[in-house]
Design a protein. Structure first.
Lengths: 154, 240
């Protein structure tokens, strides 16, 4: 009788000690970045651009030391409604201020929350040098990274 | 967490030495007379969990407690139950939150241990039905983001919400021992395997912890728990 219950005790302890760790799988849903395209202001065609020392205001580290291409993906702040970037084109620096809502979506225990964003229409360019002519918001919701969200005309 | 293990260790030692002492003391009373096997309601025990108040105070939470009780129905069958209140900070992988609520479990215990006369120890198996109503308040969380240029930590006041009126119910099977350490005073330990039947989930959050049930995992509906109890037996009939 006692031997039987000892068996139950041992197996119960074994079951209790086998607690599985929850690991968030690599490919699961994730917070997406904003996609910014560059257009030639006259022809309105996608045009490649070169930027240096791309960084955000209030953050010392640099995202890209040099960048060249027709579009760029940048992170937005998940815990704020405003994200600002300094766009440096041949020592001409303009500030891009993106106003956005951060909507946090619960995934599961192991992955926690991801953030979706909705870009507000106040999103603007502060022209220090004016190399950027204007910006246009094409798609205001960021649920994936396939579509260009805003265009910078220069 | 370390404290918890130290307490566990100390209580385990107390429990095992008490069991040995109990054994040697009662050897002198050895007889072959068996107890009656008819319905005998002669024991009502009340007590509390020893660990929950200690752990909660050492971790800086509000007082957590669990009151336990059982009533002997026949020689080996007991009606048993627990009521408790939990208010606990849960530090999970991505989300830190506070879970608070109360729970009630009721069920039966069946004693497997044949006592010598004069002894009253038990090794028992049992089952419970458990129910809990609780609320969770998110304190802060780390948003999953492949880009870590900005901090992804979300602290209070920014989308941290209290989710109240949550509930869960489950069944448990358990295995436990109770050792009479002094006359009418018992130390007990029980290990429990739980299966969640249903739970009321909050919108845009999950039930990662249910008071009385403990941790809820993503993959399955099983959980586990244990308690260390000190109980006092109110003698309803005089023991022979």
């Amino acid at each position: 009788m006692i031997k039987g219950s000892h068996l139950i005790l041992i197996s119960l302890i074994l079951i209790l000690s086998c607690e599985k760790d929850d690991i968030c799988i690599e490919g699961s849903d994730n917070t997406n970045r904003i996609t910014i395209g560059f257009l030639d202001d006259k022809t309105k065609n996608p045009t490649g651009i070169s930027l240096v020392n791309l960084k955000s205001i209030g953050n010392d580290s640099i995202i890209h030391e040099t960048f060249s291409g027709q579009s760029i993906k940048l992170p937005l702040k998940v815990n704020s409604t405003k994200t600002q970037f300094l766009l440096d084109n041949n020592d001409l620096i303009d500030t891009l201020t993106i106003y956005h809502q951060s909507i946090h979506q619960y995934l599961n225990r192991s992955c926690g929350y991801k953030s979706n964003f909705i870009i507000n229409s106040q999103t603007e360019i502060t022209k220090q040098t004016g190399w950027i002519r204007e910006i246009s918001v094409i798609k205001d919701s960021i649920f994936n990274e396939e579509q260009t969200n805003i265009f910078i005309h220069y | 967490m370390k404290n918890k293990q130290i307490y566990l260790f100390i209580i385990s030692i107390c429990l095992s030495t008490n069991m040995l002492i109990g054994q040697t003391e009662s050897n002198s009373n050895d007889t072959l007379i068996k107890k009656d096997k008819l319905l005998n309601i002669n024991k009502l025990r009340f007590g509390f969990d020893l660990l929950k108040p200690i752990v909660s105070s050492s971790e800086g939470d509000n007082l957590n407690y669990e009151i336990v009780g059982d009533l002997q129905l026949t020689e080996n069958i007991y009606l048993a139950g627990e009521y408790g209140s939990i208010d606990k900070l849960i530090e999970d992988e991505n989300i830190n939150f506070n879970s608070s609520g109360s729970f009630l479990r009721v069920g039966l215990d069946y004693n497997l241990f044949k006592n010598w006369i004069g002894m009253d120890n038990s090794i028992y198996v049992g089952f419970r039905y458990g129910n809990s109503s609780f609320s969770n308040k998110i304190l802060n969380y780390e948003v999953r983001n492949k880009d870590s240029y900005f901090s992804n930590l979300v602290e209070d006041e920014f989308q941290t919400i209290e989710y109240s009126n949550l509930s869960g119910n489950w069944i448990e099977i358990l295995l436990g021992i109770k050792v009479e350490t002094f006359k009418n005073v018992y130390l007990g330990l029980s290990l429990r395997l739980n299966k969640l039947l249903s739970d009321e989930k909050p919108n845009n959050f999950g039930n990662l912890f249910i008071p009385g049930f403990n941790k809820v995992t993503d993959e399955n509906t099983f959980g586990s728990g244990f308690n260390y109890t000190l109980t006092y037996s109110i003698p309803l009939k005089k023991r022979k």
